[in-house]
Structures are given as structure tokens and as C-alpha cells.
Design a protein. Sequence first.
Length: 147
Amino acid sequence: MSQVLEMFKTAGADQFSKMVCQMAPYFSTIEPKLVVLQPGQAEAHVPFRREVTNHLGTLHAIALCNAAELVAGMMTDVSIPQGARWIPKGMTVEYLAKAKTDVRALADGSQVDWSTAGDKVVPVDVLDAQGQKVFTARITMNVKLAA
């Protein structure tokens, strides 16, 4: 089991989410709570707060990107082989609807071959409180296997 996954299971969702935000402080701007973390899947809840809204009163585009990168990164980390490393290489996004509520960011790497090195595309969807997809991302992660 990956060290990150072991920490998630041991610390629990609340404490683990706080630890992630301490390690990568920018994530704290969206106050995420990782509620699912396992190989091939991650989910985080992001509360609707004025601090991360835009001039339209909806969640800011970059707050949605931040949530997508968080779940994609955490999911990648627990999916790659022991000793492998990863780094985000690029992100393509689509804003599908205005996000006016709390949201859930869902990374699905279940169809990705994590056993090989190279670029892996991680799909992420963000849903509002009614389950409407408001944002989608495809994040390219570059994976390097241990030597």
C-alpha cells in the first residue's frame, strides 16, 4: 500500500485533508475534504464560499482547476507502482455550467494503465450539489518508474 494511502486510512478524511493543505498550501484556498482515496479513484468536496467566487457570484474557474488537480494528483499518487514518481504536465478544461453550490471533484483513473511509465491522462469531473456536471478536466500526469 502506498504511504499516502496508508496516511489517508490512518488519519481519516478530515485530518488527511488538512495535512495535504499543509504540504501544498495553495490547496487550502478551496478548503477541500478528500472523502475517497484509492487506486484509480479520488473524490473531494469543496464548499461554496465567497472567498473563491468570481464577479458572477459562482465558483471561480481556477478554484475548480485547483480541485481537479488535487483529486487527480492524490489519485495518481496512490495508483502508481511503489517507488514511481509523477508530476502534472498539462490540463485541458471545460466550464460546462455555473457552479453556484458546494461541489464534488471526482478523479477516475480506473481505465489508466498505471504499470508503465509515460504520460497518463486523468479524467476529472466536478459536480454541483444537484449532481449536474459543471466542469470537466483532462490532466496529463507524467509518470516515471523507479530505476
